[in-house]
Design a protein around this ligand. Structure first.
Ligand SMILES: Cc1cc2nc3c(=O)[nH]c(=O)nc-3n(C[C@H](O)[C@H](O)[C@H](O)COP(=O)(O)O)c2cc1C
Length: 191
């Protein structure tokens, strides 16, 4: 088949999510200006530069709060900091739980039974259950051009100014043990 997205795809569900797979999952912790913790997964996520190491995630806008922004985006715009917590097979259920739409004051990290640990260079906490953390400073955001209010996306770029790696993941040859890491990724639809 061939389709022009502007004219629709003619399938029961939009296939796009299943056409860019597997996608790593950014599991983003942030704080609002009052220090309230927020945690949420973003699979429009990736590394985009080696040096300095830089990641990005894309946040859809919605009707959650009056400003239409998801809490992660609002917090990062307010404070300029976030943490990327590596998402593994063992944390998949908790990761999914933290995608719940909640009031901005709700601490999804605590709600999901996860353990906050202090970061070294930024204020948002890391998740103890996650084996790799990027402490990130906001580089900038980019609002994608859009056609309707329901299809707004803001891409957030962050520089990893501090990187934590669980020591037992580093093999004798100095490389990361990917098999031990058990990464998970977003496949199509709900997979
Ligand atoms: C695996 C997974 C991947 C997701 N990826 C994205 C994404 O890339 N962009 C997005 O806007 N929402 C994504 N979501 C939905 C957000 O996690 C959800 O809207 C969440 O409530 C946002 O939280 P926040 O308002 O605390 O930032 C994803 C959810 C799951 C479970």
């Amino acid at each position: 088949m061939f389709y022009e997205p502007k004219d629709g795809h003619g399938l029961p569900k939009n296939p796009f999510n299943s056409l860019v797979v597997p996608r790593p999952i950014g599991w983003i912790s942030s704080l609002d200006g009052d220090g309230n913790v927020n945690l949420a997964p973003y699979s429009f996520f990736n590394g985009v530069a080696y040096n300095p190491p830089t990641v990005m995630f894309s946040s859809g806008h919605g009707q959650v709060e009056d400003d239409g922004m998801k809490d992660s985006l609002r917090n990062i715009l307010e404070t300029g900091e976030f943490v990327q917590n590596f998402s593994t097979w063992d944390t998949r259920a908790a990761m999914n739980d933290t995608s719940a739409t909640t009031a901005k004051s709700v601490d999804e990290l605590a709600e999901a039974g996860l353990t906050p640990i202090a970061s070294t260079l930024v204020k948002p906490p890391r998740i103890m259950e996650s084996p790799i953390h990027f402490e990130c400073k906001l580089v900038g955001t980019y609002d994608l051009p859009n056609t309707t209010d329901n299809n707004k996306y803001t891409v957030v770029f962050g520089e990893a100014i501090g990187v934590h790696i669980a020591d037992d993941l580093i093999m004798e040859n100095g490389q990361i043990d990917i098999a031990k890491l058990h990464p998970i990724a977003r496949m199509g639809y709900q997979d």
